[in-house]
Design a binder for this molecule. Structure first.
Ligand code: 13P
Length: 229
């Protein structure tokens, strides 16, 4: 199965020069991936013709909310996807906020990518499925439109560790069984040049959400090559 590739560039590149070098290296080829850059550089990516997402949006659509970014402005800029509930943000938000964000993203006809994942402690105590189910139920309460799910074990993000393929396949099957439509489910957490060939053998995974490795253009190109074979 050809897999989708999403590049969550987090806050790794913080100058125009770095971003322009990155774009110049990628631009020469028609690469099939979705860029999720630091929001301040979103327009640079869109101007170069990249399909884009953002890493977060405000729980409010408009008004007196200093420092926030509205779903309305990112939609107006031509952005298509929004990450919601990423573990690097979840500590600062409630399930209710995640649910509101999902609803305003859907209302504005953008696609939410709901990030879910268990802590190392929960993984060790074999509570993964229970936790994922709760995260999904809370986030999608009173919604019935399609979303994308990204399974990202917290202990696998930025650590170089990943679950085994058997574990990933089992969890993805479980997540899919909770939906009454053919849901797109991504895997994220330490996807790299070194492990992409192995991870790509997980046949029920629809794609990957890549962090650090995506900031290196040559790694990203090779990962895309493998994932799209
Ligand atoms: P890493 O690929 O750096 O582990 O990050 C994964 C991630 O958080 C994707 O959203």
């Amino acid at each position: 199965m050809k897999k989708l590739i999403f590049a969550n560039l987090k806050m790794y590149q913080n100058t125009k020069k770095e971003i322009d070098n990155y774009l110049n290296e990628l631009n020469s080829e028609k690469l099939n991936f979705i860029a999720i850059p630091p929001i301040i550089y979103l327009d640079r990516f869109i101007q170069r013709g990249f399909t884009c997402g953002v890493q977060n949006i405000s729980v409010y659509e408009e008004g007196a909310h200093t420092g926030e970014t509205s779903v309305l402005s990112i939609k107006d800029m031509g952005c298509k996807y929004v990450l919601v509930g990423h573990s690097e943000i979840r500590n600062n938000e409630t399930d209710k906020m995640i649910n509101i964000k999902i609803k305003i993203i859907l209302k504005n006809n953008l696609i939410p990518i709901l990030c879910i994942g268990e802590s190392l402690e929960a993984y060790n105590q074999k509570q993964t499925k229970e936790i994922l189910k709760k995260q999904i139920q809370n986030a999608l309460k009173d919604t019935n439109e399609k979303v994308i799910i990204s399974y990202e074990p917290v202990w696998a993000i930025g650590t170089g560790k990943t679950p085994t393929n058997e574990e990933i396949i089992d969890i993805i099957n479980y997540i899919k069984s909770l939906f009454n439509y053919d849901i797109t489910v991504l895997y994220g957490g330490s996807v790299s040049l070194e492990n992409i060939e192995t991870l790509n053998k997980t046949n029920n995974v629809n794609g990957f959400l890549i962090g650090k490795a995506a900031t290196n253009p040559s790694s990203l190109k090779k990962i895309i090559e493998v994932a799209r074979m």
